[in-house]
Ligand binder design. Structure first.
Ligand code: E4P
Length: 218
């Protein structure tokens, strides 16, 4: 399973890249706004800065909701760097645009997917990645992980080539469960990725090993 980081924060992207576990980045308009990035030139420069840090795919989201507008934005984004994946919302014009972009060799990420039916439409259109939002379903007391499991089953049965990119990850356990259920990729905040490293018995064990070494060696 690939690890993407879900942020537009350059320091966090650098930290994950330095750790050697990073396969890509996803952003969205909210994450860009959180970093104070606005205006077309600044947004493009920021995507380019992300591409220069990470070895892997970088999802950049369109803000148009009509077919022509999505394609216009996609052309500019895709020309920016070969790592760019054009992130397109799960709407009718979005699916139509994904189909066109796929046929023209542009990588896509279909975002805001909440049902298996939506995932099937995105897979039929040929999306490179499809992003089911686990945490946002959990927030409504629907089971986000069940969507991952159901998508993995349908994709295996049907032989769909699109990669399941589990998004809206809120905890290290989400990451472990996504791996267990067959997600191809997770995109997560850095905090949940780093939390995978932790166990108190590791800390206690390490402290004891070092203390014993110190006792024996002075
Ligand atoms: C997906 O690519 C989105 O950027 C993201 O995972 C949304 O997560 P959130 O529900 O924590 O905002």
């Amino acid at each position: 399973m690939k690890f993407f980081i879900d942020t537009a924060n350059l320091d966090q992207i650098r930290e994950a890249q330095d750790l050697g576990i990073l396969d890509g980045v996803t952003t969205n308009p909210s994450l860009m706004a959180k970093e104070g990035i606005s205006g077309q030139d600044n947004v493009m420069a920021h995507y380019k800065a992300i591409c220069d840090i990470v070895d892997g795919d970088v999802s950049a989201e369109v803000i148009s909701t009509d077919y022509e507008g999505i394609l216009r934005e996609a052309e500019v984004l895709a020309a920016l760097d070969e790592k760019i994946v054009v992130k397109v919302p799960m709407i009718k014009d979005g699916v139509k645009a994904i189909n066109y972009l796929t046929q023209n060799g542009v990588k896509t990420n279909c975002t805001l997917v909440f049902t298996v039916g939506q995932a099937i439409m995105a897979a039929k259109a040929g999306a490179t990645y499809i992003s089911p939002f686990v945490g946002r379903l959990d927030d409504l007391s629907e089971n986000g992980l069940e969507l991952i499991a159901n998508m993995a089953q349908v994709f295996a049965v049907q032989g769909y080539q699109s990669q399941i990119l589990a998004a809206s990850i809120r905890s290290p356990l989400h990451i472990v469960d996504c791996a267990r259920l067959g997600a191809n990729v997770i995109t997560s905040p850095l905090s949940s990725i780093l939390a995978l490293l932790n166990h108190p018995l590791t800390d206690i064990g390490l402290a004891k090993f070092l203390a014993d070494h110190q006792k024996a060696n002075g």
